[in-house]
Ligand binder design. Structure first.
Ligand code: ITT
Length: 195
């Protein structure tokens, strides 16, 4: 079975492909199909945006579509950047986003640097049948960038129970991350669905 993965984020593609690698499905990215995937993400929730991306992908390709919307929610910033994680700064790039977070949390003690990543995956089987899978990963924001693996805010996020950032943990991230948790549920669903 072929499934379209409606995302332009290379970091997400790598992690999703890795975690779903033992399923008997072929994952097609916009690049594989030589198309441009464009979807305006103007929803107020991860669910709304994930739904929009999945339906847009299904409409554009005709394939069953997986999409995901995710973000970092920082307690001290009242849940920001949240759904706006990718566009927290005007330049919309990781370096600038990280710089902004670190400067907003400057001088703030570890106990107040709590944060969590959230991920909502949408699976559009048809226009009327969309399934959702959710995952969260708690942790805190480090005082400086550490590591160069992963993507996005990985160099400044330390998951609960660990001393290293996601960007230092590398492969280990795929066992405990918000995305991994949502994908494990998707995997269970697909295993039954594919029987
Ligand atoms: P698509 O919409 O094309 O999937 P995107 O990067 O725009 O790609 P989102 O709108 O879901 O995706 O934004 C999610 C942002 O949250 C992402 O760009 C990162 O900045 C951050 N993020 C999400 N998951 C992350 C992770 O596992 N590690 C680090 N940062 C993450």
């Amino acid at each position: 079975m072929k499934i379209f993965l409606a995302t332009n984020n290379k970091g997400k593609i790598k992690e999703i492909k890795e975690i779903l690698s033992d399923l008997n499905i072929e994952i097609l990215t916009p690049r594989d199909l030589k198309i441009k995937f464009i979807c305006k993400e103007d929803g107020d929730s991860f669910y709304e945006n994930a739904y929009k991306k999945a339906i847009t992908g299904l409409l554009q390709t005709g394939y069953i579509t997986i999409s995901e919307d995710s973000g970092l929610m920082i307690d001290y910033l009242k849940g920001a950047p949240g759904v706006k994680s990718a566009r927290f700064t005007k330049k919309k790039n990781n370096k600038e986003n990280i710089k902004k977070v670190l400067s907003l949390l400057k001088g703030i003690k570890k106990e107040q640097r709590k944060a969590k990543f959230k991920c909502v995956i949408a699976l559009a089987l048809s226009f009327k049948k969309v399934k959702f899978f959710e995952g969260e990963c708690e942790g805190y924001i480090s005082e400086k960038e550490m590591g160069n693996k992963g993507f996005g805010y990985d160099p400044i996020f330390i998951p609960k129970g660990y001393k290293k950032t996601f960007a230092l943990l590398g492969e280990e991230k795929n066992k405990i991350s918000h995305r991994a948790k949502a994908l494990f549920q998707l995997k269970n669903f697909l295993q039954t669905f594919l029987k």
